[in-house]
Write a protein that binds this ligand. Structure first.
Ligand code: MLT
Length: 326
């Protein structure tokens, strides 16, 4: 018996009447909201909107995106964890779901048990980028500039817990140079300021930087992955450019609030798998330097295992750094 029909059982038994079989409520019978915990137009938003479109087609319903940015992605996560677990509010979040449980020691929601994982979505490389007129032609020159002007050069990010924050920390730690950081509600508004030249540097996902790099509105110095990506063939990996130990990529997943009925989580996983196999989505992901996960990773079980392992991977790193958000 499904969880959806179980609630109706006592009334039927007490009445003793032979009632017609109870109709299963149709799911979805209204709009599903995908919460994005960062600003509109940024990398998480881009991934979520592509996925939402395909899921809507597969579910035969409307799926909209709502941006609830701020506090490094914790506000949108909190909104989801506290939503009714009925399948009408879900969350697209990234690697922050693995770091936030350790980084934030005081949260108004449970960052681990507050959610049902639905499936993994993608893993995105990051790029170290700078304003167009930065006085450096390659990564080594950029490093020399940062060392020389450490008091003047700043680094934009999307708040503590954001991927850009994490990547920026890795960069500072690789150079052993602390920089002033400028937090935004997401890297979309940070990108506007980088293009305008009011901030100097950012480490951000290819899903947000590729088009700007190609247009020449910002400069790319390194990719944070082991291999180059075909979307940005001229951008060297950090290792190639002489900065080993500067590797990180950003995985994304779909979540429902804890206690969402299993049948609904399973419907959402199936819709996610359909969205990720859509050729338009694959082309768009490829064009932005990424690709969808394999179908067997877009499941609740694979997502849970991966997420838990990543929480365990980051916990000692964050604890050793002693850097908390509170
Ligand atoms: C991040 O740095 O975590 C992301 O770029 C956030 C975003 O989608 O803006």
């Amino acid at each position: 018996m499904s969880r959806l029909s179980r609630r109706a059982l006592p009334a039927v038994a007490v009445s003793g009447l032979a009632l017609p079989a109870l109709a299963q409520p149709r799911y979805p019978d209204r709009t599903i909201t995908v919460i994005v915990p960062f600003a509109a137009g940024g990398p998480t938003d881009t991934v979520a909107r592509l996925v939402a479109e395909g899921m809507g087609r597969s579910l035969g319903g409307t799926v909209v995106v709502e941006n609830v940015g701020g506090a490094g992605g914790t506000l949108g996560a909190q909104r989801t964890a506290q939503a009714r677990p009925d399948g009408y509010t879900v969350l697209v979040h990234h690697i922050g779901m693995a770091t936030i449980p350790t980084l934030y020691r005081r949260l108004a929601y449970d960052p681990v048990n507050g959610f049902e994982p639905v499936g993994l979505i993608t893993e995105v490389p990051m790029t170290l980028v700078a304003k167009r007129n930065i006085e450096a032609n390659n990564l080594q020159e950029l490093i020399a500039l940062v060392r020389r002007q450490r008091d003047r050069i700043n680094l934009a990010n999307a708040g503590v817990g954001a991927a850009s924050h994490l990547c920026g920390l890795l960069f500072q730690s690789a150079l052993q140079v602390p920089l002033t950081t400028v937090p935004y509600r997401g890297t979309a508004p940070a990108m506007n300021d980088l293009v305008a030249g009011t901030v100097d540097l950012m480490c951000d996902q290819t899903t947000n930087t590729t088009e700007q790099i190609r247009a020449g509105t910002i400069r790319a110095f390194a990719l944070t992955t082991e291999n180059r990506v075909s979307a940005l063939p001229d951008v060297p990996t950090a290792r190639e450019a002489g900065l080993p130990n500067f590797e990180v990529s950003v995985w994304h997943g779909l979540y429902a609030p804890r206690n969402t009925p299993r049948e609904i989580v399973s419907r959402l996983s199936t819709a996610l798998q359909a969205a990720l196999s859509d050729q338009n989505l694959i082309r768009r992901f490829n064009d932005l330097g990424t690709e969808p996960v394999a179908q067997d990773k877009a499941t609740s079980e694979a997502h849970r295992a991966f997420w838990q392992a990543d929480i365990a991977r980051w916990r000692p790193i964050i604890q050793a750094a002693g850097q908390y958000a509170d």
